[in-house]
Design a protein around this ligand. Structure first.
Ligand SMILES: Cc1cc2nc3c(=O)[nH]c(=O)nc-3n(C[C@H](O)[C@H](O)[C@H](O)COP(=O)(O)O)c2cc1C
Length: 145
C-alpha cells in the first residue's frame, strides 16, 4: 500500500535578531534534522530576512503533532497555516529538512521563478519541488528568497 503522506505548510515571522541569525538557524536545523529523521518527517524551511515558510511531510498525526510544538517556539511569531492536506507523495523525500535561502547556503538551488522552470534532470531539483518552492516563496512575496 502506498504511504499516506500529509503535508503542512505554514509561514511565520522570525523573531531572531540579525546578529544571532546564523547561530540560531544552525541550532534549529540541527534539532529539526535529527528529530525529523527519527519521526519520518521530511520537508523544507525557506528563510528570508524576516520570514520563515516551512513544509512538513509525513504521517498526519506526526506532522500535526510536530507543528503544535513548532508553533509554540518563541523564535518566531504570527504562525499561520498556508495549507494542511493529504498529498500523493513526498516532494522533499531526500531531506529531513532542506534549507532554502537566497543568501548563504541553500540545499536546493533556486531556479528562476514565474514558470521559467527548467526540465528535471537527474542532477537537478525536480519540477514538482521547484513548483512547491515557488508557491512557498509567493506566500511571503519573497523576491529575496
Ligand atoms: C522556524 C522553525 C522551524 C522548526 N522546524 C522544526 C522541525 O522541522 N522539526 C523539529 O523537530 N523542530 C523544529 N523546530 C524546533 C521546535 O520548535 C522545537 O524547538 C524542537 O522540536 C525541540 O522540541 P522539544 O524540546 O519539545 O523536543 C523549528 C523551530 C522553528 C523556529
Amino acid at each position: 500500500m502506498a504511504e499516506q503522506v500529509h503535508r503542512l505548510i505554514y509561514r511565520s515571522h522570525s523573531t531572531v535578531p540579525g546578529d544571532r541569525r546564523d547561530e540560531v538557524l544552525a541550532e534549529i536545523f540541527d534539532v529539526a534534522r535529527s528529530k525529523n529523521k527519527k519521526a519520518g518527517v521530511t520537508g523544507a524551511l525557506l528563510i528570508s530576512d524576516h520570514w520563515f515558510v516551512q513544509a512538513l511531510e509525513g504521517d498526519e498525526a506526526v506532522v500535526t503533532g510536530l507543528f503544535e510544538t513548532i508553533r509554540e517556539d518563541d523564535r518566531h511569531t504570527e504562525v499561520s497555516v498556508v495549507e494542511s492536506t493529504p498529498v500523493a507523495g513526498r516532494v522533499f523525500s531526500r531531506w529531513s529538512m532542506a534549507r532554502i535561502s537566497a543568501s548563504g547556503r541553500s540545499d536546493i538551488p533556486l531556479h528562476d521563478v514565474d514558470g521559467r522552470i527548467r526540465p528535471a534532470a537527474p542532477d537537478q531539483p525536480d519540477r514538482e519541488q521547484q513548483e512547491l518552492l515557488t508557491r512557498m516563496r509567493n506566500t511571503i512575496g519573497a523576491d529575496s528568497v
